[in-house]
Design a protein around this ligand. Structure first.
Ligand SMILES: C[S@@+](CC[C@H](N)C(=O)[O-])C[C@H]1O[C@@H](n2cnc3c(N)ncnc32)[C@H](O)[C@@H]1O
Length: 262
């Protein structure tokens, strides 16, 4: 029998209006097992364009954090007793776990689902930190985690462009901006891309197909792609970031916020 928190239907109206039937844990696990290796690579990026309350996203986070926990257990075996002072895990766990979190993306058309998805990811992130590192995460780390979730789990319409959205005020797919997070040591690199410029087949570029260009927030059109020609004479369209931020220490991401771009 399904647990209460596994309720798959919140209301009949939501099913009729938005096709909202949430996936149960057993099915989530079975589907994620189809790409098991990827779910266990901490930097592997996942986007769920109708994420609901985050049933898939939370299991992806769970799997990635388990990998980091296992890595720490291996490291622990190699350390001398004197090196295993309280807190030794934090400098390893913190940036790795943030990369795991920052590689998880979602869009949904319902605000309360987005709020629920962000809240359960954050709660799970904090509880895992306490369990694995052994004490509560500091405020700056929680703020970075919240900031990442605000950038990655977005309210929007993943099917329709702005002129066709069915809920007034919601972002159409041509207005959605996603952040790519990368890491060099303890510094994070952040670049923003238009959702409609990103190839969704896991590659970095679209081959042989000129992507559509649209106005973004009424701004003059900027090229969304760089065109490269490969040795067979095919054009490769590589998405260009709309914004880039300087390398920033992972604990300062939320404080620096938006005013940190070149
Ligand atoms: C069948 S539910 C699946 C939810 C979640 N993926 C899961 O498996 O638990 C479909 C979800 O799509 C969302 N949705 C419907 N139309 C959408 C759209 N145009 N853009 C983004 N999300 C949409 C609904 O709000 C709902 O959360």
């Amino acid at each position: 029998m399904l647990q209460d928190k596994e309720k798959q239907v919140i209301s009949k109206k939501r099913v009729v209006d938005h096709g909202e039937v949430l996936t149960a844990r057993r099915e989530v696990d079975a589907m994620l097992d189809l790409v098991k290796q990827e779910t266990e690579r901490i930097e592997s990026r996942f986007l769920e364009p109708a994420c609901g309350t985050g049933n898939f996203l939370i299991v992806i986070l769970e799997r990635k954090l388990t990998v980091i926990e296992r890595k720490l257990a291996q490291t622990e075996k190699k350390l001398k007793k004197s090196e295993k002072r309280i807190g030794w895990k934090a400098p390893f766990y913190e940036p790795d776990s943030l990369i795991a979190l920052s590689s998880i993306y979602g869009i949904d058309i319902l605000q309360d689902s987005i709020d629920a998805a962000k809240s359960s990811l954050l709660t799970y992130y904090i509880a895992s930190y306490q369990r694995i590192v052994g004490y509560e995460p500091k405020e700056e780390l929680i703020n970075t985690a919240k900031y990442i979730l605000d950038k990655n789990i977005l309210l929007g319409d993943a099917i329709n462009t702005q002129d066709k959205v069915t809920i007034p005020g919601i972002l159409g797919l041509d207005q959605i901006i996603f952040t790519e997070w990368g890491r060099i040591g303890n510094d994070f690199k952040r670049r923003e891309f238009r959702f409609d410029a990103m190839p969704l087949d896991g590659t970095e570029a679209q081959i042989d197909k000129q992507p559509k260009q649209m106005d973004l927030f009424g701004e003059p059109k900027k090229p969304t792609h760089r065109v490269l020609r490969n040795d067979s004479g095919k054009d490769i369209f590589k998405p260009m970031p709309v914004k880039e931020y300087p390398l920033t220490h992972y604990l300062k991401i939320a404080v620096k916020g938006e005013n940190n771009y070149a």
